[in-house]
Design a protein around this ligand. Structure first.
Ligand code: AGP
Length: 612
């Protein structure tokens, strides 16, 4: 067995989970199950429910995806109307039934579900074991149940408050007890919302789990404690002071979180992009102005720092090219996980831009919280998310819910928002609105639609890549980050090793990888470096590499060099990433689907990473 050798630096792997809870008049088990299914994209290695029946708690757990616990619950009788549930992504402890949530205390009278990481759990575990508690699982989460047991005197809220004061780390937490019909929910770092219904209250990690029941939600802030009873809910801070929860109306419909006849959410979301790019543009492109409301003075901005993770980092890199070219403002781009721990050279006339689809990614939030002395702006998709509430101003993508773990429509909407931002700065600083680019931008949704009509052809090309072991993606200038994103999409959903590179960098090393087994995807658009890329293609061909060309210009040389050509419409360089990424998203999708992979739930990944 050929081992691909990877060098691991000291990295702690943490991911995230989905929590759902309900207290109301309806049978709780069907509500918990449908909520878990909606949250499954957040983690899917094991799941469990806890319901309260006849002053006792009943916990049922199962390793594997939601359909496993659904089968286990099938045929069992339940009368309860109060319960909590959890779908897990393992951080501490293998994915198995014992480590699955909910976890309970020694008496079985306290039960908890937790999303996040307790960093001081080893110390607390030792303390609790010294006091005689028996910890059954390998998880950090279970100790929370025992801590609450330690402080429990028939007032669950009070015991939860005392317990969380000892916790270091992050949590979205829902707690139940056998002797009180209530759910206590609290967050610090991990997202948690309340769903407000008629005579019923939901608690969940995100709104997608409750919108089939209510569109009224309250986003809990850090250290806010919600107590849910038959009489509704109360909100307090950690000092016991009452709070008024701000109710937000969710604009999504249930249809938007359904697959609409597509095999996978990823494919649906790729095909949604003509609409979602138009949504990001809607109401923002005026004939004389760019209408984005950012409460900062664009004239004094002297440097922009953009920080993000994953796909959002790739769109941020494109943002650098756009803002520097269109608005002439210097831009630095950094991985949020690196930027947050670096020494920050930030001046009062700088602007920190954070880009995040979910608005909950811990590293991006962490980087944002590091910067105090300049304006901050968020480019975010999820309305009401933590990042959107902590920046000074922001641009919502309006791309609708993105369920597929591999981000697609959020990427094109992020790039669109960054183009708008660049045009806005130019207009505000020079008085000039680039009408030509604006007119072309308005045509992009149609251009993307035209490209999507080539899906079958791209699927045919994908058939040749299903057995590939390694693929290189090469682009130049503003399309170098597109090459990075194309490679990430393939890695994420097909598990084939892929790397994105600036095409000219290839001869400084990666060219050594090229032989007749290596596929190389080139992004080659008309423009000043067209010929340069042709020579890069010749370097690959000379070493037997197989070439797939994403090209916007009919060219005989390319016809000779490339094994497969995907023609794309020719647009301005600034807009070309919105076009070139579409065939790369489809290529990754079809390679993975043809290899029988569950594209929406790729292994080892979850939708947004809410812990460090
Ligand atoms: C992209 O397909 C991945 N899901 C991942 O890289 C993602 O882009 C990253 O975790 C950042 O997420 P965010 O945009 O929600 O902050």
């Amino acid at each position: 067995m050929k081992f691909e050798v990877f060098v691991f630096l000291i990295i702690k792997y943490n991911y995230m989970c989905g929590i759902i809870g309900y207290l109301g008049k309806k049978p709780v088990v069907p509500i918990l199950l449908s909520g878990l299914k909606r949250l499954e994209y957040r983690g899917y290695d094991s799941a469990g429910i806890c319901i309260r029946e006849n002053d006792a708690l009943r916990i049922i757990k199962k390793e594997g995806p939601i359909k496993m616990i659904e089968a286990k619950l099938n045929g069992l009788q339940f009368t309860s109307q109060t319960g909590i549930a959890h779908t897990r992504w393992a951080t501490h402890g293998r994915p198995n039934e014992i480590n699955a949530h909910p976890h309970s205390d020694c008496t079985g009278k306290i039960s908890i579900v937790h999303n996040g990481i307790i960093e001081n759990f080893q110390a607390l575990k030792k303390l609790l074991e010294r006091e005689g508690h028996t910890i059954k699982s390998e998880t950090d989460s279970e100790i929370i149940a025992h801590l609450i047991e330690k402080f429990y005197t028939n007032n669950l809220e009070e015991a939860v408050v005392r317990a969380i004061k000892l916790l270091e780390g992050t949590f979205g937490l829902a707690v139940m007890s056998a002797s009180e019909n209530k759910i206590v929910a609290v967050r610090r770092g991990s997202p948690l919302i309340l769903g407000i219904g008629e005579g019923e209250i939901f608690v969940a990690s995100d709104a997608s789990a409750v919108i089939e029941y209510t569109q009224q939600v309250v986003y809990l802030k850090d250290n806010e404690i919600a107590t849910i009873t038959e009489n509704g809910y109360s909100l307090k801070n950690i000092n016991g002071e009452s709070l008024n929860g701000e109710i937000t109306e969710i604009k999504w419909t249930v249809d938007e979180i359904e697959k609409d006849g597509f095999k996978h959410f990823m494919l649906k979301e790729i095909f949604e992009q003509p609409k979602t790019v138009a949504n990001t543009l809607r109401g923002r492109l005026g004939s004389r102005e760019i209408k984005i409301s950012v409460n900062l003075n664009p004239k004094i901005i002297d440097k922009i720092i953009i920080t993000a993770c994953g796909t959002s980092w790739h769109s941020s890199l494109i943002g650098k090219y756009l803002i520097e070219k269109i608005a002439g403002i210097p831009v630095e781009v950094d991985y949020a996980s690196e930027y947050r721990y670096r020494s920050h050279i930030v001046g009062p006339n700088n602007l920190l831009v954070v880009v995040s689809q979910s608005g909950e990614t811990a590293d991006t939030l962490g980087a944002l919280r590091e910067i105090k002395n300049c304006e901050t702006l968020g480019i975010v998709n999820i309305v009401g998310s933590t990042i959107s509430r902590e920046v000074n101003s922001g641009i919502y993508l309006h791309a609708g819910p993105e369920i597929g773990v591999a981000s697609t429509k959020a990427f094109t909407s992020q790039v669109t928002a960054l183009i708008l931002l660049a045009l806005y700065f130019k207009k505000e600083r020079t008085g000039i609105l680039d009408q030509e680019l604006v007119a072309e931008l308005l045509m992009i949704p149609e251009e993307i639609q035209g490209l999507l009509n080539q899906a079958d052809k791209i699927k045919e090309i994908a058939k040749n890549l299903t057995a590939a072991k390694n693929i290189l993606y090469l682009g130049r200038g503003i399309n170098f980050p597109v090459a990075l994103e194309g490679a990430l999409k393939l890695k994420e959903v097909s598990y084939i090793h892929a790397e994105g590179y600036p095409a000219a960098e290839m001869k400084h090393g990666p060219i050594a990888l090229i032989d007749e087994n290596m596929f190389v995807v080139f992004i080659i658009n008309h423009g000043p470096i067209f010929e340069k890329i042709i020579s890069n293609m010749q370097e690959v061909k000379a070493r037997g590499g197989k070439i797939i060309a994403i090209c916007d210009l009919e060219n005989d040389v390319i016809k000779k060099l490339a094994d497969y050509i995907i023609m794309v419409p020719a647009v301005s360089e600034e807009l070309s990433p919105l076009i070139n990424i579409i065939p790369l998203q489809l290529l990754a999708y079809y390679v993975a689907d043809l290899n029988g992979i569950n594209v929406d739930k790729p292994r080892n990944l979850a939708k947004s990473v809410t812990v460090e």
